[in-house]
Design a protein around this ligand. Sequence first.
Ligand SMILES: [Zn+2]
Length: 381
Amino acid sequence: MHKQANGIWADRYDRQIRFAPIGPKGQASLAKAQALVVGCGALGASLAQHLTRAGVGKVRIADRDYVEPSNLQRQVLFHEADALAALPKAVAAAEKLRAINGSIDIEALVMDVNIGNLAIAMDGADLVLDGTDNTATRLLLSEACFARNIPFVYGGIAGAEGMSAVLVPGETSCLRCLIGDDAEADEGQNCDTAGVLSAAVEFVASLQAVEAIKWLSGNRAAVRKSWITADLWDFSVRESALPGCSPGCRVCGAHAGEAGTQWIDASIRDGQAERNRDTGSHASNWVHNAAVALCGRDSVQVTLQASFQLDQWRDTFERRGYEYKANRYLLKVLLPEGERLVLFPDGRVLVQGVADPARALQLCASYLADPKAMATEEAKT
Ligand SMILES: [Zn+2]
């Protein structure tokens, strides 16, 4: 049910239209724009809320995680009920965003954005906002944005400190040129190890959102070409000019558009080929898996080739007498060893209470054999 821009909703954007740089023309541009927010934690939830209230025509949010009680202190779109129901963040956020603004299109993607599904997540986006918590995804997004000639609005936060920069193809350097391409190099301090203050989140989200709104409302000359770092506790703000494109860089260099596109398209093709490979027997599910430790979270994400039939797995764990929580998006199981497995239909498993990828894979191998095989095995015992 879409509310039309008349009746009681006619004034919805009045105060924003009165702001001269936006005006009716800028508002009309926002209505036609499409933004992708990757990661819907603290930054992502605030970013999505700003864009939704501002009337960006289509807001797509992609997130791999679900709502937990420890998120409520700073992730503005989530309620206690979302944590109790263990709803995926993208789904819980979309529900609130639709209640805030029914006149725009909100799309939720429950996914770990990676090289294999990037094309789906970025389809039609005029700009990408960074709400992620890890450098590997940020570098991938920066590269994909430069390949598609759209801006990447970077943001990061730890403790009471934050930073933000708008990276514009053809005008500024890419993220790789700013921070290097070692995905693990700057993961020492993140919000899970250094904590995070909600007020600092809002500050960085505001820095990001205002630049996105400038770009999407047609005020491109006003976009800030700088890197801002701020500490809200011992108040200090530093701003430095962003370097231009680096001629030698394969992402933002002189011909980065073409080179980047070729590279990224090839990677996407490879990713799809990998996913489309006939998995045949159950054993092959374990051949092309990937386990990634989620920094500072005492969790490992394991990605399997096969997808999960959640009800089948719920029945299996129920028969075994395990404590579990299920909704239509995920199944969370408490293992006798104390760790938790969170299964998503797309074949991802969050193994919680584990920092070692090898241990996570071992747990997946022992508990996530084919459910039918497990049933047979149970029948024998
Ligand atoms: Zn570069």
